[in-house]
Design a binder for this molecule. Structure first.
Ligand code: SF4
Length: 503
C-alpha cells in the first residue's frame, strides 16, 4: 500500500510556536517505523508547500494525519481535499485529541479514527483493509457514521510496552532537517522516552490519555536511539523526563559508558529538582542544557486549585538550583481569567526575583479530556469547534479585565522578560546565541511575530473570526458517511449496535 503521513498546517488564529520552534514530526516517524512493508512518505505541512502536487505525484491509497485539538479542523480540511481529489483514498485521523474526543472527527471525509498510540495500530488497520476484513475487528478504532456520531470497536490499553516500539523513521524527513529547530537549538533531534504522567493536575490531559498510567522505555532502549542521532542537541519531549531517580542514574551510567556527548533539553517538575539536587548536578555534567518547568503559578492557592500538589516555594528553589548548575530554565506560567493588574504584577515580581529569562505564558485553557473541563465547559466564550483558539495562548473564559487589556498585559510581561538585552545577557547560561548568530535573529523575529499576534488576539474573538476558526473546508460533492461502504471492511458498519452519539 502507498501511505502518506501528513502533519497538518497551523490554523490561522493559533498563536505561534511555529515562529520559534518547528521540530520533526516524531509521531509520524514512529508510525512509519512499523510500516516497513509499505511505501510510506511524510508530508510536513509546517515546512512544505503544495500538498496537492505531492498527493497527485505519490497517489496514496491511504492518508493519515494526527493533531492536538488546535489542528482538528485542519485535518478535516485536508481530508476533504483528499476526498475531492480521490474519493476512494482512505483517510485516518489519530493523535491525542482523537483519542480523547473521537467525535470531533465525525466528518464524512474521515474514514477511520485511531484511538491510543498509533504505532502498531496503524499496521493493524492497514492489514485489515488489505485483507478486506471487518475494520471493527481492530481494537481502538472509531468510524464516523453521522454528525457527531461514531461507532467504536473494543478498547484495549493505550499502548504496548514502549521498549517494543520501532525506532522512528527519521530518514523520511532527512531532506527537511535544515528546517527543524527549537528556539536556538539547531540542528535538534526529538526523542520520547515516556508516555503519560504519574501526576494528576486537573488542567492537563496527559495522564487521562493513558488512564493514569505512565509507560517508560528502558535506559538501554534510550541509549540505543541516542547512538543513532546525528544532532548534538536532543529535545526529550516526555511530559516529565526527570522523575525516576534510579532510571536516570542508570541512563547516566550508560551515556558515560558509550561516551555520548549531547546537549539535552527536557521537562521536569519543580519538586523533583528541589528534592534531587544530586541528579541535577550529575546531568548538568552530562550535558543538561535547559529544563522546562511547569511553574504554573506563584501562589499556593492557585497551585492548589490546579491539583498541582506541590508547595509554592519549590518554584523559587527549583529555578535557583538550575541557576546554580548553569542550566537554563524555560518556565511556564498560567495566568487565570480572573487576573487583574496586581496579579500580573505578582508574576513579574516572581520573574524578577528568580531571574527567569525564558518564559512561556499560557492563559488557563480548559481542554476537553482534562479533569477540570466540565467545570468550565459552560463558561467558554468561544464555540468548542473553534479548535484553533484552544491553543493555550487565547483566553477563552470570561475575563475581569477587557480582553484587549488582558492580552496587552500578557504581551507586556513577555516584552519586559524577553526583550531586555541585559536580562538576556545576565540571566541565561548555556543557551543564548551570539548576536552574530542567525539563530539569535530568527528567535528575535519569531518573538516579534508572536507579539504581533498577541496585539491582535482580542480581534480573534469577533463573530467573523470565530466563523473562520470553525471552518472545516468545502463540502465534497457526492461524499457521504456511507461512501466508505464501497470498501468491504466497512460493509457492516451501519448495522452495528454500539453507536456512540454525542450531543
Ligand atoms: S501538568 Fe505535568 S505534572 Fe501535571 S499531570 Fe500534566 S504532565 Fe503531569
Amino acid at each position: 500500500m502507498k501511505i502518506l503521513l501528513v502533519r497538518p498546517p497551523v490554523p490561522k488564529h493559533t498563536i505561534g510556536l511555529k515562529h520559534i520552534m518547528i521540530c520533526e514530526p516524531l509521531e509520524l516517524e514512529y508510525i512509519a517505523g512499523d510500516l516497513l512493508d509499505h511505501e510510506v512518505e511524510i508530508f510536513d505541512h509546517l515546512v512544505e508547500k503544495n500538498f496537492k502536487k505531492r498527493f497527485q505525484q505519490f497517489d496514496p491509497d491511504i492518508v493519515v494525519s494526527s493533531c492536538y485539538k488546535t489542528g482538528t479542523n485542519e485535518v478535516i480540511k485536508l481530508f476533504r481535499k483528499v476526498k475531492t481529489w480521490d474519493i476512494e483514498c482512505i483517510t485516518i485521523a489519530g493523535g491525542v485529541h482523537a483519542t480523547l474526543n473521537p467525535e470531533d472527527f465525525a466528518d464524512s471525509s474521515v474514514d477511520i479514527i485511531g484511538i491510543g498510540d498509533g504505532t502498531f495500530l496503524l499496521r493493524e488497520i492497514v492489514n485489515t483493509l488489505i485483507q478486506k476484513k471487518n475494520i471493527l475487528n481492530v481494537n481502538n478504532v472509531a468510524i464516523p457514521i453521522g454528525e457527531k456520531q461514531i461507532v467504536k470497536s473494543k478498547s484495549s490499553p493505550y499502548m504496548p510496552h514502549p521498549n517494543e516500539l520501532p525506532l522512528p523513521r527519521r530518514d523520511l524527513v532527512q531532506h527537511l532537517l535544515p528546517k527543524y529547530y527549537y528556539l536556538m537549538h539547531k540542528p535538534v533531534a526529538t526523542i520520547k522516552t515516556t508516555w503519560g504522567c504519574w501526576y494528576k493536575c486537573n488542567f492537563c490531559f496527559t495522564w487521562k490519555i493513558t488512564d493514569g498510567s505512565a509507560f517508560s522505555r528502558s535506559p538501554e532502549s534510550i541509549v540505543k536511539e541516542l547512538l543513532t542521532l546525528k544532532a548534538k542537541e536532543v529535545y526529550i519531549v516526555d511530559d516529565i523526563f526527570l522523575i525516576n531517580k534510579s532510571r536516570l542514574r542508570k541512563l547516566a551510567d550508560l551515556i558515560i559508558k558509550h561516551n555520548i556527548k549531547k546537549n539535552y533539553l527536557c521537562y521536569a517538575r519543580a519538586d523533583f529538582i528541589v528534592e534531587n539536587e544530586d541528579v541535577i548536578k550529575e546531568w548538568a555534567e552530562l550535558g543538561l542544557t535547559a529544563v522546562f518547568i511547569g511553574l504554573e503559578a506563584v501562589t499556593a492557592a492557585e497551585l492548589d486549585s490546579m491539583d498541582k500538589n506541590m508547595p509554592v516555594d519549590y518554584n523559587y528553589k527549583a529555578v535557583e538550583i538550575l541557576n546554580k548548575y548553569k542550566i537554563d530554565t524555560y518556565g511556564s506560567l498560567i495566568p487565570g481569567p480572573e487576573y487583574e493588574q496586581e496579579d500580573w504584577d505578582r508574576l513579574w515580581d516572581f520573574i524578577e526575583a528568580t531571574k527567569l529569562y525564558y518564559v512561556n505564558i499560557s492563559p488557563a485553557t480548559p481542554l476537553p479530556g482534562a479533569k477540570n473541563y466540565n467545570q468550565f465547559k459552560d463558561q467558554l466564550t468561544v464555540p468548542e469547534d473553534a479548535h484553533g483558539l484552544f491553543d493555550l495562548s487565547h483566553q477563552i473564559l470570561p475575563t475581569k479585565m477587557s480582553l484587549k487589556d488582558y492580552y496587552r498585559q500578557l504581551l507586556r510581561l513577555y516584552s519586559r522578560t524577553i526583550l531586555n538585552l541585559n536580562r538576556a545577557n545576565n540571566y541565561t547560561h548555556r543557551t543564548l546565541p551570539s548576536i552574530w548568530d542567525i539563530s539569535y535573529w530568527r528567535m528575535l523575529v519569531g518573538s516579534m511575530k508572536i507579539g504581533w499576534q498577541f496585539m491582535n488576539a482580542h480581534k480573534h474573538h469577533s463573530k467573523k473570526e470565530i466563523a473562520i476558526a470553525r471552518y472545516k473546508g468545502k463540502i465534497v460533492k457526492g461524499l457521504s458517511y456511507k461512501t466508505k461502504m464501497k470498501h468491504p471492511s466497512f460493509e457492516s458498519i451501519f448495522d452495528q449496535q454500539s453507536t456512540t452519539k454525542t450531543a
